[in-house]
Design a protein around this ligand. Structure first.
Ligand code: AMP
Length: 399
């Protein structure tokens, strides 16, 4: 599914209807305060549309992993407060350990057109992540229409993402539309050359993405800890760098596949290596075929940065997921910063996913220069793997 052929909130009459909206309000909390509210902000367009069009809005989400039990520290109360501020009207939290208990039902039944309420954490219920029909039916019983706008959990088949769609007319919200428009567009009909930059710790996490992208990209750039598994295949000594020994052969197969398909497949030619896995460890720059025993690659080196930046400069579309090194540490962030800079300056359609690459782009103040920053880590990876996301598949097709 590379373009969205699903009905949206604009394809259904919502006036006066009770509309259950699955959002992704899984925000980071510290001492009960939200430390980053970008997921709440991303949900606002759909909620505002529903308010303006006279719906009775019932929001729901998970938050963290309460593992099927009522645990007050996972309450969505801070989200209700933040939403009330953003919307300029009270968003009533249905405090209800059962999620859909007497309190939630009462508040839902009293909603006026344009009112908004928020159910408690759907993962208070053990059925949620098992997609058990009892809880799906309870959720559905509150409403007349279901809207899925939780892109971040669209790769999960849970009661509140797919199960409920069996019992209500189900459409998608603006956030899911936006995610699919950018990511689907980049895969189906990209402005070329299409350059994918993949980094982060593990090859095994991104193997599906690389395999799928080899058929679509003009250039694939590999950085981060996963690059050393590719270097190992080439026969380089990689010292104590990250290695997934079980994936060395597969890494070689992917490089061969890329070559056969005429894809430019770039891995680092030099590295910043450290003595220990420590932010302030002694460090030096070495070529990729010269990593000494007892040292580990923690970032790409300056020649690799130049190579990668050159490839990014001419791109029509860039898809980037994962840092080039241990970018949380200032001493090993240069590669990720160079890539972020190059993507921002490239003028390419740019789609960024994955916590660390998004953090780098945001920290450098480049977020506004990117075409699209995905709100879903796992979901965007599965989408890039070419998989169908159950939370989207469950929605009604366009006529
Ligand atoms: P991922 O979640 O797969 O995108 O990986 C992100 C993590 O990869 C970050 O925590 C980085 O610190 C880590 N990482 C990136 N490059 C390296 C490297 N060369 N060695 C060890 N860890 C790395």
């Amino acid at each position: 599914m590379e373009a969205l052929n699903k009905k949206t909130i604009e394809d259904i009459e919502v006036q006066g209807k009770k509309v259950l909206v699955r959002c992704d309000f899984n925000v980071p909390l510290k001492d009960g305060e939200i430390t980053n509210d970008k997921r709440i902000v991303a949900a606002l367009p759909t909620i505002k549309y529903l308010i303006e069009n006279g719906a009775k809005v019932i929001l729901c989400s998970h938050l963290g992993r309460p593992k099927g039990e009522y645990k007050p520290e996972f309450s969505l109360a801070p989200v209700a407060k933040k939403l009330s501020e953003y919307l300029g009207k009270e968003v009533k939290l249905a405090e209800d350990p059962e999620v859909v208990g007497e309190n939630a039902k009462k508040i839902a039944s009293e909603l006026e057109n344009g009112d908004v309420m928020l159910l408690e954490n759907v993962r208070y219920r053990a059925e949620e992540t098992k997609n058990v029909e009892t809880f799906s039916k309870e959720l559905a019983s509150l409403a007349e229409i279901f809207v899925n706008d939780a892109f971040g959990t669209a790769h999960r088949a849970h009661c509140s993402t797919t199960g409920v769609a069996d019992y209500l007319p189900a459409v998608c919200g603006y956030l899911i539309q936006k995610e699919i428009k950018f990511m689907g567009g980049a895969l189906a009909n990209p402005k070329r050359p299409l350059v994918a930059i993949l980094g982060g710790a593990k090859v095994s996490d991104k193997i599906g993405v690389i395999s799928n992208l080899i058929d679509k990209c003009d250039t694939i750039i590999i950085g981060g800890g996963m690059a050393y598994t590719f270097m190992k295949f080439l026969g380089h000594s990689i010292g104590d760098s990250l290695l997934e020994a079980d994936w060395v052969e597969k890494a070689g197969e992917m490089m061969a596949d890329a070559k056969a398909k005429g894809v430019n497949f770039l891995i680092p030619v030099d590295n910043k290596v450290g003595k220990e896995y420590d932010e302030n460890t002694e460090a030096k720059i070495v070529n990729s075929d010269e990593i000494p025993d007892g040292w580990m690659g923690l970032d790409i080196g300056p020649k690799s940065m130049e190579l990668f930046v050159d490839a990014i400069k001419g791109a029509g579309t860039v898809i980037w997921n994962g840092p080039m090194g241990v970018s949380e540490w200032e001493n090993f962030a240069a590669g990720t910063i160079a890539v972020a800079n190059a993507v921002a300056e490239s003028g390419a359609v740019s789609i960024i996913g994955g916590g660390d690459s998004v953090a780098a782009v945001t920290k450098l103040g480049f977020a506004d220069k990117m075409s699209h920053i995905s709100t879903g880590g796992g979901a965007s990876l599965e989408f890039l793997e070419g998989k169908e996301l159950p939370g989207i598949a469950a929605l009604m097709d366009k006529d």
